[in-house]
Design a protein around this ligand. Structure first.
Ligand SMILES: [Zn+2]
Length: 250
């Protein structure tokens, strides 16, 4: 077999170019292949993890990840919100319900922020890659990571590579990507442990509060896992400021 006969062209739209070597960004890539493979494998061999892709068009028609690339195929891969008017073939089931996350060990501060905004967010600094992929798959959690290899694992259905390194910008990035603004719900998850918070009477937590706090605040929540108590004190004010600055861009 003459390997040069097997060529397909790949173009990656918008944000997907982030994953390509600079010399291949924003252009048509002529890809030579020696054996048949699924489009998912071929796209990942070029550098782009499958969870980042929302739509694949081959020769003008949408295909799924199992499409076997044929010589001469013209492939265009798109990220979410591509605005392309092609009858899409869903690459994965629509995400079910309120976003829930699992984060890799690089993203501890982002985990606390997401919990603060009321999103169920698993984070441990000792998760192994295999565990992250499996829990993400089994619990239908969106895997947020700074590890491209982890995102390429086939178990991962919903996932995203966090581009920003500054934690406030990361929060803004994830908020935009997953449209979180309207779903923000403070005092739902514990920032420390992700446990569910419940409303508690002031008397029940009085002995856990700093001096004076009981006098100025009336609404208290307690974590059902670690018993941490939360109220709308200075911490809450800072959160409101953060939401305004980071999420609403004010
Ligand atoms: Zn807790």
């Amino acid at each position: 077999m003459n390997p040069t006969a097997n060529r397909a062209s790949f173009t990656f739209d918008g944000a997907l170019n982030f994953f390509l070597p600079r010399a291949q960004q924003y252009q048509r890539i002529e890809h030579v292949f020696e054996w048949r493979a699924s489009i998912k494998d071929m796209i990942e061999s070029l550098g782009v993890p499958h969870p980042e892709i929302e739509l694949i068009v081959v020769n003008g028609a949408a295909v799924d990840f199992n499409h076997i690339v044929e010589p001469g195929d013209v492939v265009i891969a798109y990220p979410p919100e591509h605005g392309v008017a092609v009858t899409a073939l869903p690459l994965r089931p629509p995400y079910p319900g309120r976003p829930a996350f699992i984060l890799d060990q690089h993203l501890g501060r982002l985990a606390a922020y997401l919990r603060m905004l009321g999103f169920d967010t698993l984070y441990r600094n000792d998760y192994h890659d295999e565990e992250l992929a499996r829990v993400s798959h089994d619990e239908q959690r969106i895997l947020l990571t700074r590890d491209i290899g982890l995102l390429k694992r086939s178990l991962v259905i919903y996932g995203y590579y966090v581009r920003e390194t500054n934690r406030q910008r990361q929060l803004a990035e994830i908020t935009r990507r997953y449209h979180l603004t309207d779903a923000v719900q403070p005092f739902r998850h514990c920032m420390k442990c992700n446990g569910l918070l419940i409303w508690v009477a002031k008397e029940a937590v009085a002995d856990q509060l700093p001096d004076g706090t009981a006098r100025y605040y009336d609404e208290f929540h307690r974590c059902t896992s670690c018993e941490q108590v939360y109220w709308k004190g200075p911490h809450y004010q800072r959160m409101q400021t953060l939401i305004d600055q980071v999420i609403n861009g004010r």
